[in-house]
Design a protein. Structure first.
Length: 299
């Protein structure tokens, strides 16, 4: 058993990334039922009761371990942490800002803390703050990106060399090849987000899923949001944003997210995605995705 599977209590050292409003309980439960570690997302959640109801709904669907992501830039993150503790969540990932204030709080609640980092110095600081594991997320990944950026191929071994806690690789992983490559780089587990969007259990709109399937490896771009950037699919809206012909301030508005991610309006908001969209060609059941990821042979 690897240190990551021991930490998570899952069969496989695979974490499903936190994909905002499309981390529905059915998806999270399916990931955990298949032997990986499902994550609820709270980044765009505006009401604590939603976190509670989603945790309860997920527990109705699986008795396997699952966790949640806390997004530091959401001011309700500390309240969400309290709810997760009451609901029996044992492990969380923390992203979207400095975790220094959340770490002692979570540890006092008996919750394991896994911090997502973009650079070696941030990883060292997280280890000093007392985290249980680190997700080293390369710039290939989808969604929020920091200003300090390096590829997964470079970042993961650099972080592995710099810290003693388990390192989980994220960014650019979509199948068994990427999974094995992560371990070759020294990681003890992987986190994957984009690959779980085009699955049967994910509530993302069909337009979102089909846009991923149609994308090439060059089909994403980094939208500048000022404090951070967002890697998203190059829809006509994103192309306008990249050329400065469309304001980016609505990219992460909750209304725009719901309209585009859940209702399929591709002009309403951006569709976050990693570069691995170019490797995904079909909509699958979660269990089949995970079965392929952990397989040792490819035909």
């Amino acid at each position: 058993m690897s240190r990551v599977t021991e930490l998570l209590g899952s069969r496989y050292p695979i974490i499903q990334g936190a994909m905002g409003v499309i981390c529905n309980p059915e998806l999270v439960a399916a990931v955990s039922e298949a032997g990986a570690f499902g994550l609820l997302a709270t980044a765009f959640t505006r009401y604590p009761e939603i976190v509670r109801s989603q945790a309860k709904a997920t527990k109705q669907l699986t008795d396997k371990p699952f966790g949640a992501n806390l997004f530091v830039m959401n001011p309700l993150a500390p309240k969400f942490a309290e709810i997760l503790a009451v609901e029996g969540i044992k492990s969380v990932t923390v992203s979207g800002g400095s975790p220094k204030e959340l770490i002692p709080m979570l540890r006092d609640m008996g919750i394991k803390v896994i911090v997502v980092v973009p650079a070696v110095d941030v990883a060292r600081a997280a280890e000093e703050a007392g985290v249980d594991a680190i997700v080293a997320e390369g710039t290939e990944s989808g969604g929020v990106q920091g200003r300090k950026a390096s590829s997964t191929m470079v970042l993961v071994p650099a972080v592995v060399d710099a810290v003693n806690v388990p390192v989980i690789a994220a960014g650019g992983i979509a199948d068994s090849r990427g999974y094995r490559a992560a371990f070759a780089l020294g990681a003890e587990g992987v986190q994957m987000g984009t690959r779980f969007i085009p699955t049967k259990e994910c509530i993302a709109h069909a337009n979102y899923k089909e846009t991923i399937l149609e994308s090439r490896e060059t089909g994403t771009g980094l939208v500048d949001m000022g404090r951070f950037r967002i890697r998203a699919l190059r829809t006509p809206l994103v192309e306008k944003m990249l050329k400065g012909k469309e304001a980016t301030d609505r990219a992460f508005e909750v209304e725009a997210i719901e309209a585009s991610w859940l209702k399929g309006d591709l002009e309403a908001g951006v569709l976050p995605s990693g570069e691995v969209a170019g490797l995904i060609s079909e909509i699958s059941f979660v269990k089949d995705v995970i079965k392929e990821i952990v397989s040792t042979n490819r035909e």
